[in-house]
Design a protein around this ligand. Structure first.
Ligand SMILES: C[S@@+](CC[C@H](N)C(=O)[O-])C[C@H]1O[C@@H](n2cnc3c(N)ncnc32)[C@H](O)[C@@H]1O
Length: 259
């Protein structure tokens, strides 16, 4: 089922106003700041409250990934770049018996929205952590599931983020990702090949908002983890009816022995 299937086809006046605020931040408001944290705050500060409804129609594949994950009793889950907590809340009924769920994000505005939602839902085992995921201070091999939903493309030091995920995952633990990407010019057989125009257009289009598409993300994930499944697709973009943005979903496993 597509991410958007449950949404009404027409936007209410309130919904359109919220979209306009988000579009203003996406297209017209310059991102300022000397550090990555300041730039994130400059980007998300004015749109965190309107974030979910617009991104519901842009960030595809998140529910497909969530549907495939097993949130067993006693397990721990770290959602890296958790934003407003949309993904944890989406599976709230399935995580009540987990030991711990951590929502890690570097944007205070996004985490404030997440914290409010967690309080409303009274999810006692879930908590927000304000941190840069590349410096996340959790013990080695202590976590069962690590997810990145549309966050790797916003993390400049994304390879460090993947290394942290690898370090904190227990052997046999699960990593799951959904994000935009572009293919390699000459991908491995069986993988999608995007045209030069597709690669150029989407890389440039997203980079204006600090979202950096790469062909190396799926490659690095496959290099560090055992592949469960990789799916490469195109998804709709709000207000651009003729365009489809390339995204992938990846589910993998940390090998049982050192890799
Ligand atoms: C596009 S949003 C996705 C949010 C959420 N995962 C979702 O699916 O809606 C990317 C998130 O990554 C966070 N982020 C970017 N770089 C980060 C970093 N180095 N450490 C922690 N969070 C980061 C941003 O603040 C933002 O909330």
């Amino acid at each position: 089922m597509s991410d958007t299937a449950h949404l009404p086809q027409t936007r209410s006046g309130k919904g359109r106003l919220a979209d306009l605020r988000v579009l203003w931040h996406l297209m017209l408001s310059p991102v300022k700041g000397r550090t990555h944290a300041e730039r994130l705050e400059s980007f998300y500060g004015g749109q965190a409250g309107d974030y979910d409804s617009f991104r519901e129609r842009l960030l595809h594949g998140r529910d497909d990934v969530l549907d495939h994950l097993c949130f067993n009793p006693g397990m721990s889950w770290v959602d890296m770049g958790a934003g407003t907590g949309r993904n944890v809340l989406r599976v709230a009924d399935r995580i009540t018996d987990m030991k711990e769920v951590l929502l890690v994000d570097l944007s205070k505005s996004m985490l404030n929205v997440a914290r409010e939602k967690l309080n409303q839902r009274q999810l006692g085992n879930a908590s927000c952590v304000h941190a840069d995921v590349t410096m996340l201070d959790l013990p080695d091999e202590s976590v069962d599931i690590v997810t990145f939903f549309y966050s790797l493309t916003m993390i400049p030091n994304w390879f460090a983020a993947i290394e942290v995920a690898h370090r904190i995952l227990k052997p046999g633990g699960t990593i799951a990702v959904a994000d935009f990407y572009v293919s390699r010019k000459y991908p491995d057989s069986g993988q999608r090949q995007h045209s030069s125009l597709t690669r150029l257009f989407w890389s440039n289009w997203f980079s204006a908002d600090g979202v950096y598409l790469s062909s190396d993300h799926p490659a690095m994930l496959q290099h560090r983890f055992e592949l469960g499944c990789l799916s490469e697709r195109f998804g709709k973009v709000p207000y651009l009816p003729l365009l489809r943005a390339p995204y992938y979903t990846f589910i993998g496993r940390k090998p049982e022995v050192g890799h």
